[in-house]
Design a protein around this ligand. Structure first.
Ligand code: SAH
Ligand code: SF4
Ligand code: F3S
Length: 474
């Protein structure tokens, strides 16, 4: 576990911390004068990578002296964008119009756009032309520079755009906020090298880079000291963790090291690519007391022919064999997946293969998407793009099949006592608490709010399909 952070990255962190401090002095002086802190609001679109990035943005802004607000009518509004499907982009444009109106009535309001969509030249061009009121644009590779970009904007009063095509930098030791006191997301790697033919992520998140194991372990030890009991390890393909480190190490080995950290009770991770899920990892899952009994294993399609066109590098058969191995090693494991319907050239036969896998695996839950053409990806120029009505009709059939499959597996644990991490007061009924089982199912039960953030045993009295109603055992 060597590979210490390179000096360049440490120097960059020191430079950014200095700018944060310079800004803080000005912000504190203003606070003394006005008695009011400047406010910020972040709107996060997309996946858990973006949520984690937003925590880093929050950390920097709080350190400067900003205060977070729920309202979009804030002094600094940031949209952390996603571009994985067309509708993700449309949502951003839709809300930007509204933000422009707010800004007209809010003197000094700053607006920043960042995240995956900003890594696309066409999106940035559109914003430069049609949304002139945006103040700062940055991307996925240079979040750590936020304070510097803000300083430039405050000094120059013009639109500041800083976009990097790619990076090999991983800047550690900058401030970061955490939304939850007992659960935390931890990046273990950035970027993706898989180039699935439909997917924009490798183009907007850059090449795969793993963090040094020691940096990850140190972060988790600190989290544990702060009271965190569950970590979610984040990466586009966690199973290939460590391959590009100076001293390569495997994801399975990293998990073994994390398991040793006192105070951490639960370990989750996502996303697992089926092609890289090793026997070593299955052994670690089998023997672990802390790794949750849930695996998100995106299949995308059940057709071997389409999987090849998607560049997924596994077949229907090898995926099903992998599932069998996992179930044999960890019989109570809950499996979930992602499926794309209407990939170019998808025939009825291809689609029936997907339905067949859903039947055979028995997923507890599946996220289904209609294929969305992403300019710049190989699939965008493939022939035989599927007509929308055909895709929609298949999508409906798939949803029904998934419903049947999850209904079958639901309720397996009814009338047992299970360990539950209590997460919050139930959003519908404030007399109940809501917690999560190791297999990711939710449980609602009456209990004292003091239990939030702890793991308790709950009797799963009644299955309601996607969740349980329970009670504390007498
Ligand atoms: N790295 C993860 C996925 C990240 S994107 C993995 O490999 O599993 C999350 C999901 O979005 C993907 O699993 C895929 O199902 C879906 N997706 C990605 N690109 C898409 C596209 N162009 N159209 C529709 N769905 C897409
Ligand atoms: Fe996209 Fe494939 Fe990488 Fe996942 S593994 S982010 S689907 S290219
Ligand atoms: Fe979207 Fe970027 Fe995540 S494109 S899904 S926010 S990696």
């Amino acid at each position: 576990m060597d590979n210490k952070n390179t000096n360049g990255n440490d120097l960059e962190a020191a430079k950014q911390l200095q700018i944060i401090n310079e800004l803080k002095i000005g912000f504190d002086q203003e606070y003394e004068k006005t008695g009011q802190r400047k406010t910020y609001h972040i709107e996060t679109f997309g996946c858990q990578m973006n949520s984690r990035d937003s925590e880093k943005i929050s950390g920097i802004l709080k350190q400067i002296g900003y205060e977070e607000t729920e309202s979009e009518n804030a002094d600094f509004v940031l949209y952390n964008t996603c571009t994985v499907r067309e509708n993700a982009n449309n949502r951003v444009y839709g809300r930007l119009g509204f933000l422009g109106t707010l800004k007209k009535n809010h003197p000094g309001m700053l607006i920043a756009l960042c995240g995956c969509m900003m890594q696309e030249a066409s999106a940035v061009e559109k914003i430069k032309n049609s949304y002139r009121f945006v103040d700062i644009i940055f991307g996925t590779h240079n979040i750590f520079k936020l304070a510097e970009l803000l300083q430039i904007r405050l000094d120059s009063k013009r639109m500041v755009i800083d976009l990097w095509k790619d990076t090999d930098m991983i800047v550690e030791s900058l401030p970061s906020e955490r939304k939850c006191s007992f659960k935390a997301g931890v990046n273990i790697m950035f970027g993706c090298n898989n180039f699935c033919s439909y997917c924009i992520v490798p183009y907007v998140r850059g090449r795969e880079r793993s963090r040094n194991a020691e940096d990850i372990l140190e972060e988790i030890r600190k989290l544990a000291k702060d009271g965190v009991i569950e970590v979610m390890l984040l990466g586009q393909n966690v199973n290939s963790y460590g391959k590009n480190l100076a001293t390569p190490m495997t994801f399975a080995k990293l998990l073994t090291e994390i398991e040793k950290i006192d105070g951490i009770e639960r370990i989750r991770f996502m996303t697992s690519h089926p092609k890289d899920l090793s026997d070593e990892l299955i052994e670690v899952l089998k023997g672990s007391k802390k790794i949750c009994r849930h695996l998100h294993l995106p299949i995308q399609s059940g057709s071997t022919r389409l999987l090849a066109l998607m560049n997924r590098r596994y077949t229907k058969e090898s995926y099903l064999t992998l599932v069998d191995k996992l179930k044999a090693a960890v019989p109570d494991i809950s499996l979930t997946t992602d499926i794309i319907v209407g990939f170019p050239g998808e025939t009825e036969e291809d689609f029936l293969d997907t339905m067949d896998v859903v039947k055979k695996v028995g997923y507890d839950c599946a996220f289904t998407f209609i294929y969305s053409k992403r300019t710049g990806t190989p699939a965008a120029t493939m022939e035989n793009q599927v007509e929308e009505p055909v895709a929609l009709e298949r999508f409906d059939r798939l949803l029904k099949e998934i419903h049947l499959s999850s209904a079958k597996s639901a309720g397996k644990d009814e009338h047992t006592i299970a360990k539950v991490l209590v997460e919050e007061v139930n959003t519908q009924d404030p007399t109940l608490l809501t917690g999560r089982l190791s297999n990711n199912f939710l449980v609602h039960f009456p209990g004292d709010v003091k239990l939030i953030g702890t793991i308790v045993e709950v009797y799963l009295a009644e299955s309601k399909g996607f969740y349980y109603m329970g009670c504390l055992p007498k």
